[in-house]
Design a protein around this ligand. Structure first.
Ligand SMILES: Nc1ncnc2c1ncn2[C@@H]1O[C@H](COP(=O)(O)OP(=O)(O)OP(=O)(O)O)[C@@H](O)[C@H]1O
Ligand SMILES: [Mg+2]
Length: 236
């Protein structure tokens, strides 16, 4: 469905991604793991068109979309839940959700709003409340709900576990699984390898801007290097 081919990305003179390739197949949950500053967010921004690579291709449904702007990619089915969720704190829950439909001109937006509210009943009770007053877990639901409002085929999420208490992290990943079960493909960037691999089908690991490892999630979960580096196990 979506693939990156040999992406090289820079911020000014500094290279952030080195020859990064990955693939996300229809229906999958794919996670991208890596430590701080390894290039995870840059990879996600490259998929969304927020970072323009200096080399390599972004391919969606067999079409090279490397030169397309972000709204054009959204119209083709991509949506994002950015780092730190980035909801609009002064706008109400309803307004936040409707912002997710900004690229659409069709009349089914009301139906989709109803569907998102069915999925997240807590948001339904808080439609008129300003986004900034929601709890962390509720803001996560709002950010995911907003992404769903564009009727995406692929949602890219940047560290959904960040800043959430362990119980909420679990809940948040259950929601991701629920959305995936409804047919939406998920690409999730995470530092929390344990929880991300527990729901993902496959995973990739970035190290210093280059792809270090990839494989089925269960395989990565049992990989000794991953266990040592990301799951905090000390080598015997
Ligand atoms: N806007 C920017 N301008 C300059 N350098 C940047 C910019 N954004 C990221 N970088 C650099 O690119 C590298 C990769 O950053 P990136 O945000 O992709 O890492 P990350 O894996 O998402 O890290 P984290 O886990 O801390 O979110 C870092 O060295 C970072 O300093
Ligand atoms: Mg990041």
């Amino acid at each position: 469905m979506l693939s990156l081919h040999n992406i090289n990305a820079f911020y000014g003179p500094i290279q952030a991604l080195f020859d990064v390739s990955l693939e996300v197949r229809q229906g999958e949950i794919v996670c991208l793991l890596g430590g701080n500053a390894s290039g995870k967010s840059t990879t996600m921004k490259t998929i969304l068109g927020l970072v323009k690579p200096r080399g390599g291709q972004v391919v969606l449904d067999g079409e090279d979309i490397t030169s397309l702007a972000t709204p054009q990619r959204v119209r083709r089915g991509l949506a994002s839940v950015p780092e730190a969720r980035r909801i609009f704190p002064r706008m109400t829950v309803r307004e936040n959700l409707l912002m997710g439909a900004y690229t659409r001109r069709d009349k089914a937006i009301g139906d989709d709003l109803a569907r998102v509210l069915d999925l997240f009943p807590r948001l339904k009770e808080r439609l008129g409340q300003s986004g900034g007053t929601l709890s962390g877990g509720e803001q996560q639901m709002l950010a995911l709900g907003r992404a769903l409002m564009s009727r995406p085929r692929l949602i890219c999420m940047d560290e959904p576990s960040m800043g959430l208490a362990p119980k909420l992290v679990q809940q948040s990943f259950e929601l991701i699984q629920q959305v995936n079960a409804q047919g939406v493909t998920i690409f999730v960037v995470e530092q929390n390898a344990q929880v991300a691999l527990s729901i993902a089908h496959r995973g990739y690991v970035l190290q210093n801007g280059a792809m270090a490892l990839s494989g089925p999630a269960q395989e990565l979960l049992h990989n000794p290097d991953i266990r040592r580096v990301y799951l905090g196990e000390v080598a015997a």
